[in-house]
Design a protein around this ligand. Structure first.
Ligand code: UDP
Length: 495
């Protein structure tokens, strides 16, 4: 079993969505860079294209890392060719098809596990069945939970105590019980999966169960960001974890940062030279992750607020995909007519249509604030860059993550979205209006005492993040612990 040369062989199985794949690929590359390890990442053909350059570079540097490429059964469920990732699904119906096509991969992946017989499986939590696969082979299964300790703790409390069921209305705030800090939520911000049985409830139950029964959970976080919650996971919830993040920080050179996750739709030099012309901390960066789709009305409100603010901005749009011919081709998210040209001419804003080199942009000294949807990767990337946030959560666990920023660490302000909704494209009365957006922009980018204090806190967190991954510090040490734990399991002295 494993490798003949005594190395530890880990197989990584990421889920096919950027927010899942990117940190797992970073983690896999990190593990492969350590002494005495060998890594295989299981991907499908289109997804392999997103990461191939980075992996080729690692191989040239002498790391033992390779891709195992599966063909994708998209045609079996009626998906167009090349649609192999959640980023390419413009409608809920197509997302469901993709979800089912991913399920069809299970037998082929199990076959790969049997053929390779690695020393451990590091699997996205969304594949709960990998626990049985690992047990059959007598090897540890490690769950990769794409979010942070805070989310694990809030989720545990919501499931355990159901506090959202004891309020009179959707908008009445309640305190999440049993946490190290006073954290307040409303039931309208709680993901639908905890409020009612949905199509995904069964999967979610299994996911939580296999997370509990795994060898442990690999966390893309660092101890100093959420120490009380890392301790709570261990002591109160009884989960073994390794915190090795922020994994995005291991992309150290411009090429790695510029191509992380996909080929950028804009030249990295064009982005950087635009930012080079701006004063330090003067530009607001806006991105809603890889999956959010907004209505035209909402996009218009953002555009007006940005222009009225007078601040320079870089805005990533272009998440709306063509549906009329079931094509996966991107089209530009609808902006008010003439807006892009006007912003280009007066130099106030740069609009990026499609994939942006986010880590590269955030790290530029001109960036002074981040308007984010609070996806966990974006949170960590903004934290690592040491910038204050404007929070605009939309779905998944993003409202929980928001509270870590605005109620616990206090380095950002909320734009005020109160309603969890998986598909933000539907027109709805809960649209966030331009005045609220403008107010939040001023609060973060302005020069009030509060803004200065938020900037100070954000800068401090950025320093802690960078320190955590250096030799001898918390994330570096936990990576070593992870390798040691797998090695001990292999030699039969653990688990
Ligand atoms: N991202 C990027 N360019 C884009 C959009 C997203 O590099 O144009 C990256 C971003 O840096 C982050 C990931 O995609 O690493 C998105 O993950 P996150 O957890 O923030 O949100 P999700 O997309 O899962 O909602």
């Amino acid at each position: 079993m494993g490798t003949e040369d005594g190395k530890i062989h880990a197989m990584f199985l990421p889920y096919m969505a950027p927010g899942h794949m990117m940190p797992m690929v970073d983690a896999a590359r990190l593990l492969a860079a350590a002494a005495g390890t060998k890594v295989t990442i299981i991907v499908t053909a289109m997804n392999a294209l997103r990461i191939k350059n980075a992996i080729d570079g690692d191989v040239q540097s002498g790391h033992q890392i390779s891709l195992e490429i599966l063909s994708f059964p998209g045609a079996q469920v009626g998906l167009p060719e090349g649609c192999e990732n959640m980023i390419s699904t413009p409608t809920p119906e197509m997302s469901m098809k993709l979800f089912h096509a991913i399920e069809l991969l299970q037998p082929n992946i199990e076959k790969l596990f049997r053929e390779y017989h690695p020393n451990c499986i590091i699997s996205d939590s969304l594949f709960p069945w990998t626990l049985d696969a690992a047990n059959d082979l007598g090897i540890p299964r490690i769950a990769f939970n794409g979010s942070g300790f805070f989310n694990l703790c809030v989720t545990d409390s919501i499931i355990r105590y159901q506090p959202h069921k004891n309020v009179k209305s959707e908008t009445e705030a309640f305190v999440v019980p049993g946490l190290p800090d006073e954290v307040k939520l409303t039931s309208s911000q709680v993901p639908d999966i905890y409020r009612t049985r949905t199509t995904f409830s069964e999967l979610f139950d299994k996911l939580k169960e296999s997370e509990r029964n795994s060898f442990g959970v690999l966390m893309n976080s660092f101890y100093e960001l959420e120490p009380a919650y890392a301790d709570h996971c261990k002591k109160v919830m009884g989960i073994k974890t390794w915190h090795i993040g922020p994994v995005s920080l291991y992309n150290r050179d411009t090429d790695d940062k510029g191509e992380r996750g996909d080929k950028a739709s804009v030249s990295k030099y064009a982005c950087l030279s635009w930012l080079d012309c701006k004063k330090p901390k003067s530009v607001l960066y806006i991105c809603f992750g890889s999956l959010t789709r907004f209505s035209k009305n909402q996009t218009t409100e953002i555009a007006y607020a940005l222009e009225a603010s007078g601040y320079s901005f870089m805005w990533v749009v272009g998440k709306v995909l063509k549906t009329d011919d079931s094509d996966c081709k991107k089209q530009q998210q609808e902006l008010p007519e003439g807006f892009e040209d006007k912003m280009k001419e007066n130099g106030q804003g740069l609009i990026i249509t499609g994939w942006a080199p986010q880590v590269l942009i955030l790290d530029h000294p001109a960036i002074g604030g981040f308007l984010t949807h609070c996806g966990w990767n974006s949170i960590l990337e903004g934290v690592s860059a040491g910038v204050p946030f404007i929070t605009w959560p939309i779905f998944a666990e993003q409202f929980f993550n928001e509270k870590l920023v605005t109620q616990v660490l206090n380095f950002g302000v909320a734009v005020g979205n109160e309603v969890w909704k998986a598909w933000a494209t539907e027109e709805s009365p809960s649209i966030t209006n331009r005045d609220d957006i403008l107010k939040a922009i001023d609060a973060v980018m302005g020069n009030t005492g509060e803004a200065t204090e938020m900037r100070r806190r954000a800068k401090r967190l950025g320093e802690l993040a960078k320190r955590a991954i250096e030799e001898g510090n918390s994330s570096y040490n936990d990576m070593k612990n992870l390798i040691e734990d797998i090695r001990m399991y292999k030699s039969g002295t653990s688990g």
